[in-house]
Design a binder for this molecule. Structure first.
Ligand SMILES: N[C@@H](CCC(=O)N[C@@H](CS)C(=O)NCC(=O)O)C(=O)O
Length: 216
């Protein structure tokens, strides 16, 4: 079947999700860094692997997979231990809804290419871009807090990690990098703290990955 290879960038929150998921599933993988600051994601070589020019891209079981949510569904279907999406249809829909609120409604508005477009093509000042970022993150996190709170445990749903936590931790890492206060979101903070303490999450943290890259 060949080796599992993750085309990755240490600070990419989407790639961070897949690092966490692979760690939770105990899948050994090799990282191939794709430098987003150097624009390597737009190279012909990388676009031949992922025509969207986005990281991550995962080679696993002889397949080339893109889109983090699709990758996590595949991992759950092929490696069900531990399950990251509850089998119960209602619980599963709730968990996927939270993951999608992050992956489809918060993250894309604040992606590198969007911020660069605001600055370059639309000529916006950094202050306006920072306001854009803060606005969409805060609106999204406030809604997620309200959705999660009634059914949360130590994690966003119950007491084991799900794809909702796998999406949350990188999104909050990103929010902190942009100096967004996360104090108004106690349920999200609790889940973030619980999940971040797990070795699978800790090993996927951008600082750890950067350290490992530096010693290679
Ligand atoms: N929906 C995609 C999002 C992937 C994505 O947006 N990746 C970002 C990094 S977090 C990227 O490659 N950005 C490059 C760019 O904006 O040029 C997924 O879940 O895989």
């Amino acid at each position: 079947m060949g080796q599992t290879v993750l085309y990755d960038y240490f600070r990419s929150s989407a790639a961070y999700r897949v690092r966490i998921a692979l760690n939770l599933k105990g899948v050994d993988y090799e990282r191939r860094p794709v430098s987003l600051v150097d624009g390597a994601q737009k190279s012909d070589e990388y676009r031949a692997l992922n025509p969207q020019g986005l990281v991550p891209m995962l080679e696993i079981d002889g397949l080339k997979l893109t889109q983090t949510l699709s990758i996590m569904v595949y991992l759950d279907q092929t490696r069900p231990e531990p399950l990251l999406m509850p089998r119960d249809p209602a619980d599963g829909a709730h968990v996927r809804g939270m993951a999608l609120a992050i992956a489809c409604d918060i993250h894309p508005l604040n992606n590198l290419r969007v911020l660069k477009y605001l600055k370059g093509e639309l000529g916006q000042e950094q202050e306006a871009i920072d306001r854009w970022y803060a606005h969409w993150v805060n609106e999204g996190l406030a809604a997620l807090e309200a959705i999660a709170a009634p059914r949360a445990g130590a994690f966003l749903f119950g007491d084991t990690p799900t794809i909702a936590d796998v999406c949350l931790v990188p999104q909050l890492y990103n929010a902190r990098r942009f100096n967004i206060p996360i104090t108004p979101y106690p349920t999200l903070r609790r889940a973030d703290e619980t999940a971040s303490a797990l070795p699978a999450f800790a090993a996927a943290h951008p600082d750890r990955v950067a350290q490992e890259e530096a010693v290679q």
